[in-house]
Design a protein around this ligand. Structure first.
Ligand code: ZN
Length: 106
């Protein structure tokens, strides 16, 4: 049981709501661990990105493409090897959070 406890410490944080109440949700075809957010208001699935390191250059490029109105799918095609779709979504959320006039609050 101790091993189980240690594993639980490594739990992923939901990129959509920042919640830590997540559970494993199988793997993608590429073998990436997937998680499911257990926040009732969120409930989104996302992939574990801990193994990937995205360079600041890539991040900047993605951000400018998002601001230029490119879709997440489009951008993911360009940066497939560098980052996951959920990472781009995360950046998109950040973008719209700062640009949006609607502040949802908590
Ligand atoms: Zn969530």
């Amino acid at each position: 049981m101790e091993q189980e406890m240690q594993r639980k410490k490594k739990k992923s944080i939901c990129p959509y709501c920042g919640g830590m109440n997540t559970r494993k949700n199988g793997h993608t075809r590429k073998g990436t661990q997937q998680y499911l957010c257990r926040n009732s208001k969120c409930g989104k699935a996302f992939a574990d990105e801990k193994k990937r390191t995205i360079s600041p250059r890539t991040r900047k490029a993605i951000l400018s493409l998002l601001r230029a109105g490119r879709t997440v799918r489009d951008i993911h095609t360009m940066f497939e090897k560098e980052c996951s779709m959920s990472y781009i979504y995360k950046l998109q959320n950040k973008c719209s959070a700062t640009l949006s006039p609607f502040n949802m609050g908590d």
